[in-house]
Design a protein around this ligand. Sequence first.
Ligand SMILES: [Zn+2]
Length: 76
Amino acid sequence: MTAKAKELAASLERMKNNSRVSGIIVIVDDTACPACQGVQGNYTLDEDIPTLPVEWCSCAGGCTARYQPFLNDIYP
Ligand SMILES: [Zn+2]
């Protein structure tokens, strides 16, 4: 596991353990490869959240997909 993969996994764990977080959004760049575009979207905590960096990623500069928390406060 690369340092980046560890960091992404740790950030996902932190979000999952935060009671204000109701879901996870996977964000990718507009120019990301089809594999990255394929995992983009909103996920509930019960769903299988894709592992980042994307395994089949072919982005020129490396995978830029990242997790973003979906907070309860914003959508009460
Ligand atoms: Zn990619």
